[in-house]
Design a protein around this ligand. Structure first.
Ligand code: TXA
Ligand code: MG
Length: 342
C-alpha cells in the first residue's frame, strides 16, 4: 500500500474524514501522541487498526469524540462522575472508562462491557470527528511494543506501507498517552498515569481515586490486568534499558565502570558533558512536563544511534512524573538498580 504523508491542513483533514467514512484507517496527531484512527462504529475498520499495529486482539481501544452529544453514542450513560471529569479536563488528555453503548463495534472493547472515551484538545483530531460525523477509535500509532510516536516522521518509520494516510501536525504537545481512569466501578481507579494527575482527578471528583498496582509493578504470572494494555511489554527500544536510581554523582560513578562500546545514557538536560559515554537527554531534572514531551523521541533516537545498553536517570514518581516513570519502567522491562552513593 502507498502511504501519503501530508500536512494536517483543513483540506487534508477533509480527505482523512472521507477515508474514515469509507472504512479506511488514517494516522493523525493528537495532543498526547499520534494515533491510528478508524470509525468506532465499523468493526472491519477497527480490525484494520489491530492489523496495522500488530496489536493483540484482547487490548481495547480508546474512542475519541468532539462533544458530549457524540459521547452519548458511545457510552451507556454519561454519569455524574463523567460530567465532573469532562467539565474539568475536556477537551484534553484524559480518557474515562464507562459501561459501553450498543452502537460501538465489539472489536473496540475487545470483549469487555466497558469503553474508554476521550475528547482530545488537538484541533485536527477534533476536526476529523466533526467532518466525518464519526467518533473514532485510536490507539497510539506505533507498531505494538515500540515507543509511541510523537512526530509524523516517527509514525512513518513504523507505519509506512501499512495505512493510506499520515497527517503531519508537528510534534505532540504532551508526549505521553492520556491518563486513563475507570469510573465504571464502585470507586474511581487510575489505570494509566498521564498529564492529568491523580491529585487533579481527586480534586475534580471530590473523592479518592485508587491507583492500579500495575502502574509501578509488574503483573505476576496469571494475574488479570484491570487495563489489558498494562500486561504487555511496552515502549521498548531495541536497546536494553536499565534505570539507575540515586543521585547524579552515583549515576556518573556507575556508568564510569560500564563505559564499553554501545553504552549510552538517557539523562537530564545539562548532564551530558559530565558523563563519559554518548548521551540522549529527556528534559531537565525536576521538569516532568519536559520529560514527558521528550521521552518517546529520546527512546527512538537511542535506537537510531545504535545504542545497545542504555542507563537511564530516574524520574520522580508523583504528579506528571508518575506518567514518565511508568513509561520508562516499561521501556526498561522493569529493570531498576539502586546505585550506591559515592
Ligand atoms: O493519548 C492517548 O490515549 C492515545 C491517543 C492516540 O489518543 N491513545 C492511546 O491508545 O494511548 P492505546 O490503545 O495505545 O492505549 C489504550 C489504553 C490501553 O492500555 C488499554 O488497555 C486501555 O487504554 N483501555 C482501553 N479501553 C479499556 C477498557 N474498556 N477497560 C480498561 N482499559 C481500557
Ligand atoms: Mg499504545
Amino acid at each position: 500500500m502507498n502511504t501519503m504523508l501530508l500536512p494536517a491542513s483543513e483540506e487534508n483533514t477533509a480527505l482523512a474524514a472521507r477515508l474514515l467514512a469509507e472504512g479506511q484507517i488514517v494516522a493523525i496527531p493528537t495532543e498526547t501522541v499520534y494515533g491510528i484512527a478508524g470509525s468506532a462504529f465499523d468493526g472491519d475498520a477497527v480490525k484494520k487498526i489491530f492489523a496495522a499495529k500488530g496489536r493483540p486482539q484482547d487490548n481495547p481501544l480508546i474512542v475519541h469524540v468532539d462533544s458530549l452529544e457524540r459521547m452519548e453514542q458511545v457510552v451507556a450513560e454519561i454519569t455524574p462522575r463523567a460530567r465532573k471529569l469532562a467539565e474539568a479536563f475536556w477537551p484534553g488528555p484524559l480518557s474515562m472508562i464507562l459501561p459501553r453503548g450498543p452502537k460501538i463495534a465489539d472489536e473496540v472493547c475487545a470483549g469487555l462491557n466497558t469503553v474508554a472515551v476521550r475528547m482530545p484538545s488537538d484541533p485536527v483530531a477534533r476536526r476529523l470527528v466533526e467532518l466525518s460525523g464519526l467518533p473514532f477509535a485510536a490507539p497510539s500509532a506505533n507498531r505494538s511494543g515500540s515507543p509511541s510516536p510523537t512526530t509524523a516522521q516517527d509514525v512513518w518509520a513504523d507505519m509506512e506501507g501499512r495505512l493510506p494516510l499520515i497527517l503531519d501536525g508537528g510534534s505532540c504537545q504532551v508526549g505521553v498517552e492520556s491518563t486513563v481512569v475507570s469510573i465504571a466501578g464502585e470507586q474511581p481507579v487510575l489505570l494509566r498515569p498521564g498529564y492529568i494527575t491523580k491529585e487533579q482527578l481527586e480534586a475534580a471528583l471530590g473523592e479518592e481515586v485508587l491507583l492500579a498496582p500495575s502502574i509501578t509493578a509488574q503483573l505476576k504470572e496469571g494475574e488479570v490486568a484491570a487495563s489489558p494494555g498494562m500486561k504487555y511489554k511496552h515502549y521498548a527500544p531495541k536497546a536494553n534499558v536499565t534505570i539507575l536510581q540515586g543521585s547524579f554523582e552515583a549515576f556518573r560513578a556507575y556508568v564510569e565502570g560500564e563505559k564499553e562500546k554501545g553504552v549510552f545514557c538517557l539523562c537530564f538536560e545539562g548532564e551530558e558533558s559530565a558523563l563519559p559515554v554518548p548521551c540522549v537527554t529527556y528534559g531537565r531534572e525536576g521538569h516532568p512536563d519536559e520529560q514527558a514531551h521528550d521521552l518517546f523521541r529520546a527512546l527512538r533516537e537511542l535506537d537510531e544511534r545504535g545504542a545497545r545498553q542504555v542507563f537511564a536517570r530516574c524520574p520522580e514518581q508523583d504528579g506528571v512524573a508518575l506518567a514518565v516513570y511508568n513509561r520508562l519502567l516499561r521501556a526498561a522491562g522493569f529493570q531498576v538498580i539502586q546505585v550506591a552513593e559515592v
